[in-house]
Ligand binder design. Structure first.
Ligand code: ZN
Length: 349
């Protein structure tokens, strides 16, 4: 069968990275996208908020004072989920109950001193500074003997439970390899051992043949709606070169990465003329000193919005108990995102 035949019927799609499935039920949405527009986000005009714990010079809840930084600023999370100063030989096992003490580091990165900015509204040059901080932190934290995985992520918007609009992201670095990258480690390593090539390089090659799901691309990166997307406007950013991690990026790749981040997040904001919420994060090679040749650098964007700035997708019912499910296809989402302007609606005349 052809995809166009399958696409009008309920079907499952396979996620090559996690070895999991998503149920697609496109017959549930025969209606065309109506581009429902909410009252546009109003520019607050507040570039400094004296009550924000991330703004320059302000005092945080833990009593620490932020530097009066000009570009980016990194500090250790005052309420960290993982701490570096714990004994890691603590293991509990009793019958079927099992647990182990873990150690790690949690840091916060302010992307900009300007309280009202977000990645799509920042200059490409300033996004490059953020990428360089990610690169430095990955290498520095990864070099610690007790850190085997460095998870860089951004949780944006109050829909995602992020309480502070100040542009920032987080890094949680741990001794253990968390479940999501652990699944991708298995699939990528198995493919690399079998074929001698990167799983995502081969996937990207196939996607670029039709470009059906491609949204934005530049010299070094491609952003596309993955074939197995779960979230309505989910995206994956894949490096064209088989790079394992940020530490291998050269200057032109850093610039191209900043470029693709800016362009895709502008499209996101323009989709529902709102500051588009998402959880996004980088998946890259563990820092465990082992052979991670199969790893291919990529970034996931998981945005919750479905039909407007206020209508989000919930992962409930069948999705909690069976499989994730979506109504419109990845091809449809890619077409919608591709047709959007790369001029931010706040800057459009
Ligand atoms: Zn991944």
């Amino acid at each position: 069968m052809k995809l166009s035949d399958i696409n009008s019927e309920p079907h499952r799609r396979y996620n090559i990275l996690t070895n999991e499935w998503v149920l697609v039920s496109p017959h549930r949405t025969k209606r065309p996208w109506q581009g429902k527009v909410e009252a546009a986000f109003v520019d607050s005009g507040i570039s400094y908020d004296p009550n924000c714990y991330l703004c320059p010079g302000n005092t945080r809840a833990g009593g620490h004072q932020n530097e009066t930084y000009e570009h980016t600023y990194v500090f250790t999370n005052d309420f960290a989920s993982l701490k570096p100063d714990v004994e890691v030989d603590g293991v509990f096992e009793e019958g079927l109950l099992k647990s182990a003490v873990e150690k790690g580091l949690c840091r916060v990165i302010c992307f900009s001193p300007n309280h009202k900015l977000t990645l799509p509204l920042m200059d490409a040059q300033d996004i490059e500074r953020v990428v360089r901080v990610w690169q430095r932190e990955y290498l520095e934290m990864g070099a610690l003997d007790y850190i085997n995985y460095v998870q860089i992520f951004e949780n944006k918007g109050d829909t995602m439970g992020c309480s502070n609009p100040h542009p920032h992201g987080q890094i949680w670095a741990s001794r253990f390899i968390p479940d999501e990258p652990a699944k991708e480690h298995q699939t990528q390593t198995a493919y690399f051992e079998k074929h001698g090539r990167s799983l995502l390089a081969d996937y990207l090659r196939q996607e670029l043949e039709t470009k059906e799901r491609v949204v934005v691309e530049n010299e070094h990166f491609v952003a596309l709606v993955p074939f197995w997307a779960v979230w309505p406007y989910e995206l994956i950013v894949i490096s064209r070169a088989h790079l394992q991690h940020l530490g291998q990026f050269d200057e032109s790749q850093i610039a191209a990465y900043a470029d693709i981040l800016k362009r895709l997040t502008i499209r996101y904001d323009n989709l529902f003329t709102t500051s588009f919420p998402y959880s996004a994060g980088i998946h890259q090679a563990p820092t465990d000193g082992k052979d991670n040749s199969g790893w291919h650098f990529h970034m996931h964007f998981y945005p919750p919005l479905l039909r407007s700035a206020s209508v989000k997708k919930f992962m409930v019912g069948y999705e909690m108990l069976g499989n994730p499910q979506r109504d419109f296809t990845a091809e449809y989402s890619a077409g919608v995102l591709r047709d959007l302007s790369e001029v931010h609606y706040l800057h459009a005349s």
